[in-house]
Design a protein around this ligand. Structure first.
Ligand SMILES: Nc1ncnc2c1ncn2[C@@H]1O[C@H](COP(=O)(O)OP(=O)(O)OP(=O)(O)O)[C@@H](O)[C@H]1O
Ligand SMILES: [Mg+2]
Length: 264
């Protein structure tokens, strides 16, 4: 068995006493992710992508069903599962080096170990010369590099990324996608990457998990058997893009129709 993550019969219902309502964010999700696989979660807003990622990270516990990582049920967050957030999640009052050293320092790494780790990851994410800058002095793309380096510095064997490039302009976003693949190719950490963007999913993923909305279910899983680095203007890339786009549009129409029925 090569599963890194196994999600079985997973349900997540949020109960709001204040609003006196329940929201079933995820309904009967079944999904296996291989070790070293790059999986994108794609779907309309509110379909439960962040919820699923937070469950895998251990920030939330499911209403029912299970998530096994390396065969063991998740009971909370752990350093082996590194999270990268859309809004970077780095400390503005720490320099680049201090942000990267944060996890290792908390684990009790010596000054010298911290320095080695900082040097290694600053190099990896191409931030040499910016070690002593504060996040406020960096561009969005650079901040996201710090965020990725900070997660990697904890030595995770999985990266969980929630629309990490959503706030970046189109050109920077493409560069960051290439950089992420370069880093991923080096030691093939298992990646679960949430995105709204079909192009991003087709460019990055081994498999695209398309979620449907209200409640979130696995609508379809599309394998992307194109060699990396992928050519964004090739016919194969465009065919896959169109295929995923058709599934998503059907899903949006279905969820709109359903909302209208509920309003009547
Ligand atoms: N803490 C919470 N309490 C109550 N409801 C929640 C909570 N978190 C999420 N939800 C609900 O669960 C559903 C899924 O939310 P989630 O944030 O996972 O969606 P998403 O796919 O990440 O959306 P987006 O693409 O907009 O980020 C939504 O209907 C949302 O209102
Ligand atoms: Mg989200």
């Amino acid at each position: 068995m090569n599963d890194k993550v196994r999600v079985s019969n997973l349900n997540m219902t949020f109960v709001s006493d204040r609003l006196e309502r329940h929201v079933t964010a995820l309904d009967d999700i079944n999904l296996s992710i291989d070790t070293g696989e790059f999986v994108c979660l794609l779907g309309p807003s509110g379909c439960g992508k962040t919820t699923l990622l937070n469950l895998i990270a251990g920030f939330l516990l499911p209403t029912s069903g299970s998530i096994l990582v390396d065969g063991t049920a998740i009971t909370g967050p752990g350093p082996e599962r590194g999270m990268v957030f859309q809004e970077y999640g780095i400390f503005p009052w720490f320099t680049v080096a201090q942000n990267i050293a944060f996890g290792p320092r908390m684990r009790g790494a010596s000054k010298q170990e911290q320095e080695e780790i900082v040097n290694h990851y600053v190099d990896l994410v191409h931030l040499k010369g910016f070690e002593h800058h504060y996040p406020g002095e960096l561009s969005g793309g650079m901040k996201q590099r710090v965020s990725i380096a900070r997660s990697l510095a904890n030595g995770p064997d999985m990266l969980l990324m929630d629309e990490p490039f959503g706030a970046l302009d189109a050109m920077t976003r493409e560069t960051m996608q290439e950089e992420l693949l370069r880093i991923w190719e080096m030691d093939k950490k298992t990646c679960v990457f949430v995105t709204h963007s079909i192009g991003e999913a087709v460019y990055l993923a081994d498999r695209i998990v398309i979620l449907s909305a209200h409640p979130g279910r696995v609508k379809d899983i599309v394998s992307v058997d194109l060699e990396r680095l992928r050519n964004r203007s090739s016919a194969e890339y465009f065919d896959l893009y169109r295929h995923v786009d058709t599934i998503l549009r059907q899903e949006m129409a279905r969820s709109r129709d359903q909302e209208q029925v509920e309003e009547v």
